[in-house]
Write a protein that binds this ligand. Structure first.
Ligand SMILES: [Zn+2]
Length: 244
């Protein structure tokens, strides 16, 4: 009898943490928040144990004379704007690329974090967008763009929920993603992770230095759509170098 109980307990213990990570509820609140992500599922282990995690504070990078970024965004269009429960995300048309060291990474989606996830010299920005790219091996290259408050941003007015708010067809006149990239030469580069579970490492991170200007109303629009802060706190650099 005792061994059967032990068996049941063992099964229970082995089953629970192996719950498919897609079905594990995580968020930004206390018990399910960033401090506890690593405990929510075995697949989320890197969130707690990883040594190359994102986001980080970007400061004092090594001057590495980084190459000009090579974007090939030619098939513009947003297929769908979705609230994933963790961010407002724009799913984009296929066949838009970022070239990194001769490897082609396809743009999969972009999504918003508010406040920013990366900080620069300890300073937070009101919002950050992540352009998520993947190569044929499934590896990630993510471009982070920081937002600063100022004049309204015309490009943002063309995003689906802004159009819907004005009673305009959300999919008319697709935005040109190229206009999001204000510069291609001044950026930070480091090796990090996804900033959400499962916190997968080996992500090639690029954060542009030139912030995008948007009005506080536009930034608030995204905050209201999601309804809570969705930034993971900055993580230790450990042995990593930041290039700029
Ligand atoms: Zn993100």
């Amino acid at each position: 009898m005792k061994s059967r109980i032990l068996l049941v307990v063992a099964l229970y213990i082995s089953i629970i943490p192996h719950a498919a990570s897609e079905s594990v509820h995580w968020g930004y609140g206390d018990s399910e928040g960033p401090e506890n992500w690593g405990k929510l599922a075995v697949d989320f282990d890197m969130c707690a144990r990883g040594q190359n995690q994102s986001p980080i504070d970007l400061e004092a990078g090594i001057d590495a004379d980084l190459p000009e970024l090579e974007f090939e965004y030619e098939n513009i269009g947003i297929l769908q704007e979705v609230n994933t429960g963790h961010a407002i995300q724009e799913n984009v048309s296929p066949n838009n690329y970022l070239h990194v060291k001769g490897v082609k990474f396809e743009l999969k989606q972009f999504h918003f974090h508010s406040p920013s996830e990366h900080t620069v010299g300890g300073e937070y920005y009101p919002m950050e967008v992540h352009l998520v790219h993947q190569n044929s091996e499934g590896e990630y290259a993510v471009v982070g763009l920081l937002f600063q408050t100022g004049e309204p941003n015309e490009l943002m007015n063309q995003l689906p929920s802004f159009k819907a708010a004005r009673g305009v067809d959300p999919h008319s006149n697709p935005i040109d993603y190229n206009d999001l990239i204000l510069e291609r030469e001044n950026y930070f580069q480091y090796n990090g992770s996804l900033t959400t579970p499962p916190c997968t490492e080996g992500v090639f991170w690029i954060v542009l230095k030139q912030p995008i200007i948007a009005s506080s109303d536009q930034i608030q629009h995204y905050r209201d759509l999601l309804g809570f802060d969705n930034n993971r706190p900055v993580q230790p650099h450990n042995a990593r170098v930041i290039l700029e």
